[in-house]
Design a protein around this ligand. Sequence first.
Ligand code: KIV
Ligand code: ZN
Length: 383
Amino acid sequence: MSQKVFIFDTTLRDGEQVPGCKLNTKEKLEIAVRLEELGVDILEAGFPVSSPGDFESVNQIAKTLKNTVVCGLTRAVQNDIEVAAAALKPAKRFRIHTGIGTSDLHIKHKFNSTREEIIERAIKAVTIARNFTDDVEFYAEDAGRTDNEYLARVIEAVVKAGATTLNIPDTTGYCLPQQYQEKMNYLYNNVPNIDKAILSCHCHNDLGLATANSIAGVIGGARQIECTINGLGERAGNTALEEVVMILNQHKDLGFYTSINPKLLNAVSREVSEVMRMMVQPNKAIVGSNAFSHSSGIHQDGFLKEAQTYEIMNPAEVGAEDSKIVLTARSGRSALAHRLHKLGHQFTRNDIDELYPKFLEIADKKKEVLEADLQAMAEEHKK
Ligand code: KIV
Ligand code: ZN
């Protein structure tokens, strides 16, 4: 039987940390409602102690959402946790996400501390958070570069203190998929009380590996993925929600499922892109404007004979517009005939052979041959 992978969306927290993407309460609320419709299990609404505006946004989201668990981020600091709890209080279900850096680099340079002291601070933070809710997630910041044996000790201690989800962030996007999978697997097999909690993937995309690492983490034993719409996030971004959801959806052989409605992926992507004023690159998987466009002759010919030759999913499955046959100087006769046919022109094979050199002439001059060019060509040919 397939196992569920929980989707933890952090578009409104880690995603919103992108310069220029800051949202006001109304915008955050609008997106939160859409994310709930999309089916995210947990929504990280913000970092309440960071500003009065963020407190207000988290509070409004907590008052509004009906099914999704609303989460707030904190440092391992008592006041952060108390403020987050106050902001989240009206929620039907809420989670406090607290944690601290665990790599030697963070321990030395950020905290001027020791491994033992960090464990004590982690235990204290989780214990305080448990006074407000029994849904406490702990993050071991820079876990990607944290020694596995030490990380296992931290995790064991915070589970004992009451953490129910364990976030293992590859904060700097450094890990290779195999390393991240081994890290999860190590924790899964070496933390004695791991059965009392869920391991979570939180991957950054500095080397373009965030999606691959998240999937590797799930294969290694994690059952939650932290991600953002369109992969938004600081620097090179976070794991893209739409990518991990569709990978698990397409690879049923892996034996996992999520509660996301894939048909809403493109609409939510567009909405987030507009509200955050962050364009989606055309070649972005699942939600880019070229994700279902075919422009080379060989691909177009195959696609027109049988779509599955060049498409692993139907655009309707992810709420995208129909596949497009784009006409360029690399397109062939079948694509030209197809597009003319769609415009209502029934040309014979001979007609297409005659039209094709003219088409190439135009295509060589332009990046793309447009409908108006085709109409003009067709009218000219009929004279
Ligand atoms: O990348 C990271 O380590 C984080 C934590 C604060 C969860 O975003
Ligand atoms: Zn992060």
